[in-house]
Design a protein around this ligand. Structure first.
Ligand SMILES: Cc1cc2nc3c(=O)[nH]c(=O)nc-3n(C[C@H](O)[C@H](O)[C@H](O)COP(=O)(O)OP(=O)(O)OC[C@H]3O[C@@H](n4cnc5c(N)ncnc54)[C@H](O)[C@@H]3O)c2cc1C
Length: 220
């Protein structure tokens, strides 16, 4: 059965910022309520195939933010990065089930997969959380200041290409592999590219984490 297309609504862009080379935040007026962790479908023109983006902002603000990196040959992200305040963007209502649970959680993310966790902390999600954040360079720990401020020592950064600034040297999957005792009473939230999510899922399953305690949002 064909999937029902999400209805898209016109929104005015308020801000577009390149926060590190190739990575942008885009803000637009907020017309709908949402639960942190949800996504929206986005397009520029009626009839375009929309792309999905995690909401990366507080659910209490008047504007909504998404975070994306530019695929030079992509259909949407190059023109998205060139939008100006006042331009029109087509956005759906929010949807998705990658939303906070009532248990303690470990969040695991790389790249733009950090977006839903930005929304969660900025919306005031309060259960005990730990965030494992992987990046090639120190500059690409997107929103690291927000997480340092909200999560303190529960914010762990893993850097593969640079050393220093308190980041742990190496891949977060190496660190997970070295852990002998992962907690069994927490939910694990994994978000990012398919390779990372599948690798992390396999490691934590092999260490006794129950399948039903793993939530994954895959940016395919
Ligand atoms: C649930 C979900 C949430 C997501 N959240 C985010 C988010 O918060 N931030 C984010 O940045 N991304 C997110 N994504 C990914 C996002 O939806 C887009 O896929 C991404 O931004 C690329 O869009 P694009 O139109 O620029 O590229 P596309 O046009 O989709 O192209 C993507 C890549 O595929 C290549 N390609 C395209 N067509 C072909 C073809 N026919 N043959 C070979 N290669 C081809 C392109 O060259 C490009 O490298 C999410 C995805 C999902 C499923």
């Amino acid at each position: 059965m064909p999937r029902k297309r999400k209805e898209l609504f016109s929104h005015k862009v308020t801000t577009v910022k390149e926060i590190v080379p190739g990575y942008f935040t885009l803000e637009f007026e907020r017309k709908f309520d949402f639960i942190p962790g949800q996504v929206v479908a986005v397009a520029l023109h009626e009839g375009d195939d929309p792309r999905l983006y995690s909401i990366a902002s507080s659910n209490k603000k008047d504007t909504m933010r998404i975070l994306f990196d530019v695929f030079p040959q992509g259909l949407l992200t190059p023109p998205l990065s060139r939008l100006k305040p006042g331009d029109e963007l087509l956005v759906s209502e929010s949807f998705g089930k990658f939303t906070p649970s009532d248990k303690p959680e470990w969040w695991i993310s790389t790249g733009t997969g950090i977006a839903p966790f930005v929304s969660m902390v900025e919306s005031g999600v309060e259960n005990p959380k730990k965030l494992l954040h992987g990046s090639r360079t120190l500059a690409h720990f997107l929103f690291q200041d927000v997480f340092k401020a909200h999560l303190g020592e529960n914010y762990l950064r893993f850097c593969t290409k640079e050393k220093g600034d308190g980041a742990i040297d190496g891949r977060l999957t190496n660190w997970l592999n070295e852990q002998t005792d992962l907690p069994k009473d927490v939910n694990f939230f994994l978000c990012g590219n398919p390779e990372m999510v599948v690798e992390v899922r396999d490691i934590i399953l092999s260490k006794g984490v129950a399948f039903e305690n793993i939530m994954a949002e895959i940016y395919f």
